[in-house]
Design a protein around this ligand. Structure first.
Ligand code: DC
Length: 211
């Protein structure tokens, strides 16, 4: 049976990068669950849906498919902020549970692992996941990494703006009533503040071998 690797953590902590490295090493598919919220946020912006109208927001869920989760449009500061805001809505979260829970069965039949990253994967979506990893790093360090990544890609960025956006998303994600970001009781905590991505990846591989 496919084993589930749940990776949770705050914005810009390196979840996606580490999930991609695991996926390559173990030839196993990943669900970036944040892209579900991002895709809905993008639809809301595109169709000019009122972000407080839950009925209209839920209508956007029916058009979700794995292939519209690949779009580059899902990464902008407008989508970052709106996805974090709408992710506090209980009805929306509930409607996205099935898609996430069915991902291993629908997309990972032939692989050893199913990798799912997000905020509530080990706490709500897969409380019985085989591996539960909670990534953490100081917000200032995450903002610095993000800033450096944007500049490296030849784009302009302001460190202060990035830090305040990360702090705002952390606040939403950590304090919302439903499915807040928090480590599952039996998760393994990995603080990447003072280690680089290769060191974090080595630590993850050890966790996977040992658990
Ligand atoms: O991981 P991400 O940055 O792509 O996620 C975008 C937003 O979606 C994030 O600010 C909070 C929300 N999210 C969530 O509430 N639960 C998840 N499992 C994944 C993301």
């Amino acid at each position: 049976m496919v084993k589930i690797i749940a990776i949770d953590g705050p914005a810009s902590v390196g979840k996606s990068t580490l999930a991609k490295k695991l996926s390559k090493k173990y030839n196993s598919p990943i669900l970036f669950s944040g892209r579900l919220y991002r895709a809905i946020a993008f639809e809301i912006i595109k169709k000019k849906v009122d972000p407080n109208n839950i009925k209209d927001i839920l209508k956007c869920v029916s058009s979700l498919e794995l292939n519209n989760l690949e779009s580059g449009n899902l990464y902008s500061s407008e989508v970052d902020t709106l996805s974090s805001l709408i992710s506090a809505k209980k009805e929306l979260r509930n409607k996205l549970i099935k898609f996430q829970r069915e991902f291993p069965k629908n997309y990972c039949n032939r692989s050893k692992f199913s990798i799912i990253e997000g905020r509530d994967i080990a706490t709500v979506i897969f409380p019985n996941a085989d591996y539960k990893i909670f990534l953490w790093a100081d917000a200032k360090i995450r903002a610095k990494r993000r800033y450096e990544q944007i500049v490296k890609n030849g784009k302009k960025a302001r460190y202060k703006t990035i830090l305040s956006e990360i702090n705002a998303r952390d606040k939403n994600d950590l304090t919302r009533k439903i499915a807040p970001l928090m480590p599952a009781s039996n998760s393994v905590l990995l603080d990447t503040s003072y280690i680089d991505i290769e060191q974090a990846f080595n630590a993850l591989k050890k966790i996977i071998l040992e658990v």
